[in-house]
Design a protein around this ligand. Sequence first.
Ligand SMILES: C[S@@+](CC[C@H](N)C(=O)[O-])C[C@H]1O[C@@H](n2cnc3c(N)ncnc32)[C@H](O)[C@@H]1O
Length: 276
Amino acid sequence: MPMRGHRQGRPQGGSRRWLRASEYPEEEIIITTEQYPRSSRYTDLHRVYSQCSGPGGLQVTEFLAQKMGVQSGDKLLDVGTNKGYQTCFLAKEFGPFVIGIDPWGDSVETLMRNAKDMAVESRVIGIKVGVPDTGFASGSFDKVMSTTTLEMIRGMKGEAGYREALAEIYRVLKPGGIFGLAEPMHRDVAIPEEIYPYVTRGDMPAPWTECFATLEATVQAVTSAGFAVIEAAEAPDAHRWWQEYCTYDPDPGEDREVIAQDNGRWTTYGYVIARR
Ligand SMILES: C[S@@+](CC[C@H](N)C(=O)[O-])C[C@H]1O[C@@H](n2cnc3c(N)ncnc32)[C@H](O)[C@@H]1O
């Protein structure tokens, strides 16, 4: 997620033609080094987005980690690591001990290779499990972070599956522990006509309309799991993060054109910081 490789659902007609990949305005993307002092040191965005698989790359991780107060001495769980570049970035730049979990493919092996390359292998462990079946003891972690992952679980397992994942995160956090969630969301507006066919179809793993929720619905789900929400909003750089992902991800498929067509009307990226 975002679900790569959609090749179906190309809108017919519409007043604007879609941008081709080569036409996407890469030069408009500006990295704001003041807000992202750590991730702005990772200047090769082609590399960053070949390692991260969602909007925001390392910036979303830094953004959440700052808000969560991630620090040396924390035991942090990263849910849905994929290649684990963000997991290792957390260990390297913020100093916690990080356990990264991902049940699919060779994510854990790739995570551990990245940990070695980034010289944080003594503070990173990858385990091939997923939420809700982590097997961790209750109250194991000071902090839990998850980016661009739980919405995929909603797409695959429905709202009940999303809530089971939240319940597991709640369970494995220590009382008083902090949860940072960030993921693709949609605004509470009608789906723009041009993107409707695309966002209502697809199977990677499900249409965006089955994966994405509004910020309000997400806050409600997090609250229902027992958390006290500290802060929740659309990320200030949501649209730029989507554009950046579409520009630099090696295989954004039709996402690139859909995001350009939508131009921030329906698709967004939100976050929730909550305390157990
Ligand atoms: C789109 S990637 C996001 C990776 C990274 N956090 C990011 O923001 O770029 C989502 C990851 O969630 C993993 N995933 C799928 N089901 C999961 C589950 N039940 N628990 C944890 N991770 C899961 C997938 O294997 C995939 O690597």
